[in-house]
Design a protein around this ligand. Structure first.
Ligand code: 13P
Length: 255
């Protein structure tokens, strides 16, 4: 049985006082033990969050890393630096990075390798745009993004120490979620592609869904066979709502 996984992607939101208040709420409502919970705050708050929350059954991640371990890359941060600040996960290939910061599949693959080099578990985001879905190219797009990483030397290292997040671009921040059936179909397709590498490998990689996940739709999504949890944006900014979503994912273990 794959352990459920839920990550909060705060994106570029939060303040020092927001972090304090969030922790207070999490102390009252946060689930423990049943699910891997990862908070990805803005890097500026990572050490504050990690220091304050170390004993609350939560792990931490960064929303992006640079591919190089150091160098003249003003404004960037290396995976190793994120690790120093307390991260154990790194989101790579988020659609906002691909679209707004022009990250190609090759760049994403290099960042995937960099995360592993630093001992961070990559959360690899894949997903199609609305135009690609309408043109019937959703699966081809997602598989190409996956292959871009699996095919890269050094990326494969065939253990299951990474998470795939299927995030249809049209469902991010729009309030429009993929239906459970649409999402399950794509997750099944992703797992089948992982199965070409190895059966045990495919069965152990967590594949989570992202895109307007909230308390109301989490149950229908997380009860699908191949949906092992979620990558949550907007709804993760409310600690009680995020805790409730994590608890729903935890029920996968109970069943
Ligand atoms: P929303 O949950 O706000 O749609 O964001 C999803 C996302 O991009 C998580 O990485």
């Amino acid at each position: 049985m794959r352990r459920p996984f839920v990550a909060a992607n705060w994106k570029m939101h939060g303040t020092a006082s927001f972090v304090e208040a969030y922790l207070e709420d999490w102390r009252k409502t946060g689930p423990r033990g049943v699910v891997d919970v990862v908070i990805c705050p803005p890097l500026a708050y990572l050490d504050r969050v990690a220091a304050a929350w170390g004993d609350h059954g939560v792990q931490f991640g960064v929303q992006a890393v640079h591919a190089e371990p150091s160098g003249a890359y003003t404004g960037e941060h290396a995976a190793e630096m994120a690790r120093d600040l307390g991260a154990t996960y790194a989101i790579v290939g988020h659609s906002e990075r691909r679209q707004l910061f022009a990250e190609s599949d090759a760049v994403v693959a290099a960042k995937f390798v960099a995360a592993r080099r630093a001992g961070l578990m990559p959360v690899l985001c894949v997903g199609e745009t609305l135009a690609e879905r309408r043109a019937g190219g959703a699966e081809a797009k997602v598989l190409a993004q996956l292959d871009g990483v699996l095919g890269r030397p050094g990326a494969k290292a065939l253990d299951a120490d990474f998470v795939v997040a299927y995030e249809p671009v049209w469902a991010i921040g729009t309030g429009e979620t993929a239906t459970p059936t649409q999402a399950q179909r794509m997750h099944g397709t992703i797992r089948a592609r992982l199965g070409e590498v190895g059966d045990a490998f495919a069965q152990s990689v967590r594949i989570v869904y992202g895109g307007s996940v909230n308390v109301d739709n989490a149950e229908a999504l997380f009860t699908q066979t191949d949906i092992d949890g979620g990558l949550v944006g907007g709804a993760s900014l409310d600690a009680a709502a995020f805790a409730a979503i994590c608890r729903v994912a935890g029920r996968r273990t109970d069943s």
